[in-house]
Unconditional design. Structure first.
Length: 373
């Protein structure tokens, strides 16, 4: 007999329940459409630890920003190769240079996982946007151990994972030495999506050493530094992602899609920036600070901080107001995908006009009739 830690299909995949379960009775089940933390009741001793740690069962306190900026790293080379303004990398580099430990997401051996960096070289592995869910299994106890040994830790990740970490270590342990930075997340799919998509292209994700979803400011899947598709054309995975149709079910009722945040700093793209076209092309980050600790970190990290209109920033980042609205063709997309295991078929069936337009553009770009930009 099995049951779930939280409401069916609402699991964020934070995996905090796995780490508090002393009987190994919990497994995260990934159905492609949704995650669920499933309890094996034959192993369960009804201690209730998993239910207590779950962020869906007892939400964590969030705060409105105290200050807000747009800007970029002052390291021109880093900004050039970053997908936005390079702020996350600037924060991480400053932190390790001053004796701290950074925890963030990396792509390794075909998986998206969280790892730790204690050197500038290690930080480089965190670079790049990841448009799938990362697996945080195993990080909570390690971070709590660092904190109990008076080590400073900077966590950069999804807001639901930041919330889980804050609950796991406890508010008191998080006050001084834990610095939390969350991303403005518009929703995230199961990593099985990208694995399936690459299989459709006769690529094995295990053979990919470096996987990126953006080429600087351009949305484009890059495998080992090479573009997978025609420049300027969106492939099926990115079409699904950019149209919000391949996220897991919980993302459409996300508890963190609002201006109030659970972290010290929130970062994302500064969409709708009123700065010059040249600066926008170079990459601009949006930064919201919820705590004085977060503001001090920003000010010390070699980041160009420029005033930004918060109302305008929120208007261009709907995730600071409400979760992504589930597309009407969501179920059709997954029905076709689960039936055929073919990403092109699923996107063609659910985003027909958009899919066909990209096929036409692919031909026109190859014939040099239209620009790839």
């Amino acid at each position: 007999m099995q049951s779930t830690v939280c409401e069916l299909n609402k699991c964020t995949g934070c995996a905090a329940c796995l780490e508090v379960c002393s009987k190994n009775a919990i497994t995260i089940k990934d159905s492609l459409k949704a995650y669920n933390a499933v309890i094996d009741n034959e192993k369960c001793v009804s201690c209730n630890a998993c239910h207590k740690i779950c962020q869906n069962n007892s939400p964590i306190i969030s705060k409105k920003p105290e200050s807000w900026y747009q800007g970029w790293t002052k390291d021109k080379e880093q900004r050039l190769k970053s997908s936005s303004g390079g702020v996350a990398t600037a924060l991480a580099k400053y932190f390790v240079a001053n004796g701290g430990i950074v925890c963030s997401c990396i792509f390794r051996n075909g998986k998206f996982i969280y790892d730790f960096a204690e050197s500038l070289e290690d930080v480089e592995h965190f670079s790049g946007s990841k448009y799938v869910k990362s697996n945080p299994t195993g990080i909570y106890k390690k971070i709590k151990g660092y904190l109990l040994n008076n080590k400073k830790v900077l966590f950069i990740g999804l807001p639901c994972h930041a919330a889980a970490l804050k609950k796991f270590v406890g508010e008191k342990n998080a006050e001084e030495n834990l610095y939390l930075v969350d991303l403005i997340c518009h929703g995230s799919p199961s990593p099985r999506n990208i694995t399936m998509f690459l299989e459709n292209k006769d690529r094995n994700i295990i053979d990919v050493k470096h996987l990126a979803f953006r080429d600087n400011n351009n949305y484009r899947i890059m495998l080992n530094g090479q573009g997978l598709d025609t420049p300027g054309v969106y492939d099926s995975f990115l079409l699904a992602f950019l149209n919000g149709i391949n996220f897991t079910e919980n993302c459409y009722s996300c508890n963190y899609a609002k201006i109030e945040r659970v972290t010290d700093i929130t970062i994302g793209d500064s969409w709708g920036s009123r700065l010059s076209a040249e600066e926008i092309k170079a990459g601009i980050s949006l930064m919201l600070c919820q705590t004085e600790k977060g503001l001090n970190l920003l000010e010390d990290s070699g980041i160009e901080l420029i005033d930004v209109n918060l109302d305008n920033a929120v208007a261009h980042n709907h995730q600071l107001e409400h979760p992504y609205i589930k597309p009407t063709k969501y179920d059709k997309f997954f029905n076709v995908l689960l039936k055929t295991s073919n990403y092109d078929n699923a996107v063609k069936a659910s985003l027909t006009r958009t899919y066909i337009n990209q096929q036409i553009k692919r031909i026109l770009v190859k014939l040099k009739i239209v620009s790839k930009n």
